[in-house]
Design a protein around this ligand. Sequence first.
Ligand code: ADP
Length: 433
Amino acid sequence: MRITEQAGPRWGPRRKMLLVLAPALLSQYMLDVLAVGPGVWTFVVRLVWALSVALSALRMDEHSPPSMRLHTAFQSTAGSLCFIALVLVTGGGDSVYFHLFPCLPLVLCLLYPQDSLSVALSGALCAAGAAGLLWGAGRPLSQALLWAGMVVTLTLVGAYGASEFRKAQRAENEGRLERARREALETLAISEHRRAHSEKLATIGQLAAGVMHEINNPVAFIGANLDFLEREVLSEQLASREELAEVFRETRIGVERVRQIIGDLKGFSRMDAEEPTECALADVVSDAVRIARLRLQHVARLAVDIPEDLPPVLAVRRRLAQVLLNLLVNAGDALEARGRAGSEVRIIGGCEGSRVVLRVEDNGPGFPPHVLPRLFETFFTTKGPEKGTGLGLALSRELVEQSGGTLVAENRAEGGARLRLEFPVGGSVKAAS
Ligand code: ADP
């Protein structure tokens, strides 16, 4: 199918109006006949006027502002000259149409409120025409000047009204644009919020196996302890108090562990909009590591090296923890096939000049050359649809940039992947939402 490009409808409202106006102007010759009787020159003036309007309508390009300005100026000049000629051929200073002189610029103000040049041209021509006709007819100069002054005054009043109309129209347009902009920003913020949330849930989904294992362990020994307590309660000979106290203590530790895991996950998946605060990277790392261990403990050894005197960064703690968790879960996925022995993930903090740097490294396969340039694209994933969303790194970069930082990926010379986060010391935040 061939698609032809069109700038808009061929006959816009302006051209349609002029094409109706042209025959209307000509048909008004009937009024001339009634008012002043038939006359060849009157008909000729009407015809020229109607043709000038029709010609302008046929040649104007409604999508080009310069063409519109030119045609409006042409119409107002031609229209004013034709009107002066009409007055002249129907009686000059005594014509029935003479009193309409001040009306012509006003009509133009209504038709083209945005075009002050046309109104000014028409006002000047009509003022000169009225004064010239009166003076030519031998009327006193004062009368000619009075009429010229009246036409000019009414033109100025009309032009003022048109400029007020333009201002109101501009204010309304600006208001409409501002409302549309605000609505678009709100929609964007909501969808960003939802995207961040679904990525969090996807990360939790990726952790599911680790979570189940981690919860199963304490639940298994809580069950075994309850069996033991039941047997003891039913048996003749009760175990020693110390032994029972130990069983209760173990059971409570198990319950506490389950509660802690659920609390961590719940805290992580919350959607509060938080303000950035000064965060110690050691705290952020430990938030992320507590959850990431669920995934990594069966896959790799996790080493954390954050100097105690590392300066804080200005960020939303929970978001930064989300970023680190994404990176750690990705490292876990990359190392999964390799087996735990020898697999390692390291988080290393440091200061380079006025930047705080955090590196998350693994000794997995690293990034293949065709993957590296696309890593931060939204929805880019090499994992199956049931495992990857392709949002993790894109979102992580966004969150880091909101804290005035950067996130880049590279391959380590010794093999494996490195994600490098950099923040200004004390942070400069671009966006807090
Ligand atoms: P997802 O994890 O859902 O695929 P991400 O945006 O987090 O989405 O990651 C995009 C891709 O980057 C992953 O599919 C993977 O191919 C690659 N990747 C991310 N981290 C690592 C890593 N540590 N080692 C190797 N490849 C990685």
